[in-house]
Ligand binder design. Structure first.
Ligand SMILES: Cc1cc2nc3c(=O)[nH]c(=O)nc-3n(C[C@H](O)[C@H](O)[C@H](O)COP(=O)(O)OP(=O)(O)OC[C@H]3O[C@@H](n4cnc5c(N)ncnc54)[C@H](O)[C@@H]3O)c2cc1C
Length: 383
C-alpha cells in the first residue's frame, strides 16, 4: 500500500512538543500580557529553557548542548510561539544567530570557550549585523575595525539587536577591508565588559515586546584577534550562511504565531453566537478558517522540507528563504483574519489575538524582509 509523505512528528519530537507546551503553560502563558505591557525581557524564562536544553538545541552534547536536529528545533520554536512570539524570537535569535555562528565558524578553542555557556543559557547571546543606515544592504556596513598589532580597534554602532543589553556576548560583523568588497568584513566575538563596548537605546516596539531590542555601541573597542571567527574578511559571507539557517527559525516563529491565532479563532467561532447560531455556521467565517488552515499546512510543508534538507547538510539558501517568506506572510494574514473573526473582541487586550496580530508583523521584517527573501529566491531560480 502507498504511504503518504510523512510530516507527522516523530516520537522524540512529540515529546519535545509536549515538554515545551507544558513549560509554556506554566512559565509563560500567565505572564504574557504583563511582559508585553512593561516590555520586560524575562531572562529567568531563558535560564529555565537552558535547563531544558532549548538554548543549545543544535549544539553537540560535547559542548553542553542538546545535540538535536532542525526538526526538533522547529518543533520547540513553534510550540513557544503559539503562546508568545517574543519568547520564540529570543530563543531563535540566541540559538541560530549568536550560538549558531560560533558553532559553524568557531575553531575548537572558541567553541569550548563560548558554546557551553551559551547552550546552558548561563550566558545570553546577541548577533549584530544591522546598522542604522544599513539593514537590507548590510554589506555596506560602516562599523569599522582597524588592526593594531594583535588587536582590532572597533568603532561604530549596530541597531535593532536582539539581547543587545542583556546579552553577555555578541557576534558582531565589522568592516575590516574596503567598502563594496564582500570579503571586507570580519566576525568578532565580543564579550560584555570589553572596554569601549556598550549598549544603547532599547526600542519601544509594536510587538515582540518581551524580546529585548537595543543598540550596540563601539567606541575604540579593543578586541584581540583570537576573537575572530574563521578568517579575516569572511564575516559577511559567514553571516549570509548563518541567516540561511536562521530563516528556518523565523519561519517556525511565524508558523507558531499563525497556529496560535488560528486555534483561538477556531474555538471562538464555535462559541460566539450571532443570529441565534455559532458564527462558524456562516460561510463567510468558515471559509476564512479554511483558508487559514490551508495556508498553515502549506507553510508547515515548506518549513519541514527546508529543516530536513538542513539536517542533511544540503544548501538551503532558496528553500529557507521560501519557507521564511511564505510562513511570515501567512502569520500576518492568519493573525489579521483571527482579529476579524473575534470582531470587536479581537481589538481589545482581554483576548489573545490582538497580540498575535502585533507580533506577527516582525516575521516579515527580521532576518531579511519579505522583499529580500524574494530577491534571494529570484536570484536562485534565475541562476
Ligand atoms: C524586533 C527586531 C529584532 C531584530 N533583531 C536583529 C538582530 O538580532 N541582529 C541584527 O543584526 N538585526 C536585527 N534586526 C534587524 C532586521 O534584520 C532589519 O530590520 C531588517 O533586515 C530590515 O532592515 P531595515 O530595518 O534597515 O530596513 P531597510 O533595509 O531600510 O528596508 C526598508 C524597506 O525597503 C525594502 N528594500 C530594501 N532593499 C530592497 C531591495 N533591494 N529590493 C526591494 N525592496 C527593498 C525592504 O524590504 C523594506 O520594505 C531586528 C529587527 C527587529 C525589528
Amino acid at each position: 500500500m502507498m504511504e503518504p509523505l510523512n510530516i507527522e512528528l516523530t516520537e522524540n519530537q512529540q515529546m519535545i512538543a509536549e515538554t515545551v507546551r507544558s513549560f509554556a503553560s506554566k512559565h509563560i502563558q500567565p505572564h504574557i500580557m504583563e511582559w508585553d505591557e512593561s516590555q520586560e525581557f524575562p531572562i529567568e524564562v531563558f535560564k529555565k529553557l537552558g535547563e531544558l536544553g532549548l538554548m543549545g538545541v543544535l549544539v553537540p552534547e560535547q559542548y553542553g548542548g542538546a545535540g538535536l536536529g532542525y526538526l526538533e528545533y522547529v518543533t520547540a520554536i513553534v510550540e513557544l510561539s503559539k503562546v508568545d512570539g517574543s519568547i520564540g524570537l529570543s530563543m531563535a535569535a540566541h540559538n541560530s544567530l549568536c550560538t549558531g555562528h560560533i558553532l559553524q565558524f568557531g575553531n575548537e578553542e572558541q567553541k569550548k570557550k563560548w558554546l557551553p555557556k551559551l547552550a546552558t543559557a548561563e550566558w545570553i547571546g546577541a548577533w549584530g549585523l544591522t546598522e542604522p543606515n544599513t539593514g537590507s544592504d548590510a554589506g555596506n556596513m560602516r562599523t569599522v575595525g582597524v588592526q593594531e598589532g594583535d588587536y582590532y580597534i572597533i568603532n561604530g554602532a549596530k541597531n535593532f539587536i536582539t539581547h543587545g543589553k542583556s546579552g553577555n556576548v555578541a557576534v558582531v560583523m565589522v568592516r575590516t577591508g574596503e567598502k563594496g568588497d564582500s570579503h571586507g568584513m570580519t566576525a568578532f566575538v565580543i564579550e560584555k565588559g570589553t572596554p569601549g563596548f556598550s549598549s544603547g537605546r532599547k526600542e519601544n516596539k509594536l510587538g515582540m515586546r518581551a524580546s529585548e531590542t537595543t543598540e550596540l555601541i563601539f567606541t575604540d573597542c579593543k578586541v584581540h584577534k583570537d576573537n575572530i571567527l574563521g578568517k579575516v574578511g569572511d564575516g559577511f559571507v559567514q553571516a549570509l550562511k548563518v541567516l540561511d539557517g536562521g530563516r528556518i527559525s523565523i519561519a517556525a516563529l511565524g508558523l507558531g504565531i499563525a497556529e496560535g491565532a488560528f486555534q483561538a479563532a477556531l474555538k471562538y467561532s464555535k462559541e460566539r453566537q450571532q443570529f441565534d447560531q455559532p458564527i462558524s455556521n456562516f460561510q463567510g467565517i468558515s471559509f476564512k478558517l479554511a483558508d487559514m488552515a490551508t495556508e498553515i499546512e502549506a507553510a508547515k510543508l515548506l518549513i519541514y522540507r527546508s529543516a530536513d534538507m538542513k539536517n542533511k547538510g544540503m544548501n538551503v539558501n532558496k528553500e529557507s528563504a521560501m519557507a521564511k517568506y511564505y510562513s511570515s506572510e501567512v502569520a500576518v494574514r492568519v493573525a489579521n483574519e483571527a482579529v476579524q473573526i473575534f470582531g470587536g473582541y479581537g481589538y481589545i487586550k482581554d483576548f489573545p489575538v490582538e497580540k498575535f496580530y502585533r507580533d506577527a508583523k516582525l516575521c516579515t521584517i527580521g532576518e531579511g524582509t519579505s522583499e529580500i527573501q524574494k530577491l534571494v529566491i529570484a536570484r536562485a531560480i534565475l541562476k
